[in-house]
Ligand binder design. Structure first.
Ligand SMILES: [Zn+2]
Length: 386
């Protein structure tokens, strides 16, 4: 059976949403669309005799991307001592690390990689190996982002500090008029910020936006620090045996900059666009919409026919399908997209999709320009009182 996100995806018992989540939003409508969509998707898997998870292609892809990552790292450290070659390998390492995030850890984190939880956990641990805590990301992405996409203060992906205004409800500052120029550079600094600051700050405060989450204990805390130690060892300690510490820091920043731009662009093109909605809950903390339809209103696909891009970004150019069926392997998204589009047409629900990557990138750029101009020019969509 294909599972849809009626409850937030979680990996561990301690990360189950609890009363500690302060401002839980309710989606008050139930549409026959959701039932019919789930029925059609389940029928597809049954008719085709396919498993939603454990796809052989995923295991092959994992081997290819991990080999790419290791080869880039080895060549960066031990390859020819030519400056342009070192920068090329650092860029390759950054792109490979983003590939691990898109295609391995993301499926593991959503438990869409395998029906066996230990396989999902290993895949998810690749995030810790790349410097960011899988425990914190589980709450940030699987719980808060997937449950409340594009809802300010609840969806932590909208929060880039005072530097960026990604949603109409966020405070406007004068310097936002330049955000369509400088924000791309800040996207590149996000991984370093996660590695060195955000994870520790969230571990200490147990808060994300208006929501709180249980701070990791026991095994989760052990995984948090093990991941950090392993990452700092391969990213800083080992390279420092062969190069000066400052050279290591410079290449760390360069590789993670490439990684950050790639990760941020792919995730921003799914939600921060001109056509996406940014609804706010009413005074009773309710959104007057069906949960799955909210996902459709706030999410967009891009470049659905670009097979190479789809492979590299782990199907995240099919974010609509990912948000509707996060526990289905991304290998299936192109097939599910046809079912989703058909069902949307049948029920008169808008399905957002840019034919090309560049079309989607332009929409994100235009959105940054519009929100940067001034606060009055973009009206937020406010949920009707239920
Ligand atoms: Zn996701």
């Amino acid at each position: 059976m294909a599972e849809s996100p009626t409850t937030p995806a979680t990996l561990t018992k301690s990360s189950t949403p609890s009363k500690k989540m302060t401002k839980k939003i309710q989606f008050t409508k139930k549409s026959p669309f959701s039932k019919e969509l789930k029925r059609r998707v389940d029928a597809y898997f049954q008719e085709q005799n396919l498993s939603p998870r454990d796809q052989p292609k995923m295991y092959l892809k994992t081997v290819i991307i991990l080999s790419w990552t290791l080869a880039s790292y080895a060549l960066l450290l031990f390859g020819p001592a030519i400056v342009w070659f070192k920068f090329l390998m650092a860029a390759s390492l950054g792109a490979a690390m983003a590939g691990v995030g898109f295609s391995i850890m993301h499926d593991g984190g959503h438990r869409s990689y395998s029906t066996k939880n230990w396989i999902n956990r290993i895949a998810f641990f690749s995030l810790d190996m790349l410097g960011a805590s899988s425990y914190i990301w589980n709450w940030k992405h699987n719980v808060f982002h997937h449950t409340y996409p594009n809802i300010v203060d609840h969806d932590d992906d909208l929060n880039v500090g005072v530097f960026g205004r990604l949603a109409p409800e966020q405070t406007h500052y004068k310097f936002h008029q330049y955000q369509h120029i400088y924000l791309w550079f800040l996207y590149g600094l996000l991984p370093a910020k996660w590695h060195l600051f955000d994870d520790f700050e969230k571990l200490y405060t147990g808060r994300m936006g208006v929501n709180s989450f249980p701070r990791p204990k026991g095994w989760d805390l052990f995984v948090f620090f093990s991941g950090k130690i392993l990452f700092f060892t391969w990213a800083f300690v080992i390279p420092s045996m062969f190069y000066s510490f400052w050279v290591v820091c410079a290449f760390y920043l360069f590789a993670t900059f490439i990684e950050g731009v790639l990760l941020a662009v792919v995730f921003q093109l799914a939600h921060c666009l001109e056509e996406a909605d940014f609804p706010m809950p009413n005074e009773y903390n309710k959104i007057d919409d069906d949960f799955l339809i909210h996902q459709l209103h706030t999410t967009a696909d891009f470049a659905p026919n670009n097979k190479l891009l789809s492979w590299y970004v782990g199907g995240l150019n099919f974010q609509v399908e990912h948000h509707l069926f996060p526990k289905v392997s991304h290998i299936h998204y192109p097939a599910l997209a046809k079912i989703v589009e058909e069902t949307c047409n049948d029920y008169g629900i808008q399905y957002h999709c840019h034919a090309t990557f560049w079309g989607s990138l332009r929409s994100h750029y235009n959105w940054l320009v519009r929100l940067g101009k001034n606060a009055e020019q973009v009206a937020p969509s406010v949920a009707e009182p239920a």
